[in-house]
Design a protein around this ligand. Sequence first.
Ligand SMILES: CC(C)(COP(=O)(O)OP(=O)(O)OC[C@H]1O[C@@H](n2cnc3c(N)ncnc32)[C@H](O)[C@@H]1OP(=O)(O)O)[C@@H](O)C(=O)NCCC(=O)NCCS
Length: 215
Amino acid sequence: MDIRIRNEEEKDYYLVEEITREAFWNLYCPGCSEHFMAHELRKHPDFIPELTFVIEVDGKVVGSIFYSYSKVIDVDGQEHKTISFGPVSISPHLHRQGLGKRLISHSIEAAKKAGHRAIFIGGFKYHYTLYGFEGAKKYRVSMPDGKYYAGIMALPLFEGALDNIRGSIHFSEGMYPDNKSFEEYDSKFPYREKEIKPCQKEFEKAVSEIDEQNY
Ligand SMILES: CC(C)(COP(=O)(O)OP(=O)(O)OC[C@H]1O[C@@H](n2cnc3c(N)ncnc32)[C@H](O)[C@@H]1OP(=O)(O)O)[C@@H](O)C(=O)NCCC(=O)NCCS
């Protein structure tokens, strides 16, 4: 396999969104909207194109990762710029072959080189602990509702990056696009059946799980 990682270009947009749709379809809810998130995020001021990568296998794009600015608002109201990734996806027929790991690791290295402070993400621990992510609770960063959720994780990108910060993480509004044009947008992709699946229940449970770990 000839593997290459490069920044996303305009010519990749449709394929990247199609792969994102394929990877997320029926995974966390019936259907999915992560491809729409990618589509809309590119237009948002928080979007970080220089950290947004595609991964190619033998010259064909098979996955992507998107980054945007987020911020930690300190208990005294001070804002600290952080970054977040998502959606991240690999074509389902190529899962568990190390491609996601290559792509995510590459993006983390690029973020470090660019001097960013820390990455905050939401997701399943089993996807991200291998990169050094730990519960944001460890760094005394909660969600805006003051709760420490197990699925909210952080990775400081340099020594002591989160040492003197205590507050809440605010993801970009670009990650929560207005769904009113979603149906029309989604109709340009091949028809797929929306289904209810057990993994969606697991996700529902996971998003509200409180981090009980003592760091
Ligand atoms: C998440 C995703 C990008 C990972 O890509 P991938 O190429 O399959 O991942 P890799 O093969 O590089 O996996 C690296 C490691 O991550 C962990 N991992 C990845 N997928 C996992 C899964 N479904 N269950 C448990 N662990 C998993 C494992 O530790 C794995 O190492 P291993 O295969 O040696 O056990 C891909 O599965 C995907 O597109 N999923 C659908 C979309 C999604 O859920 N995105 C993340 C949203 S939070």
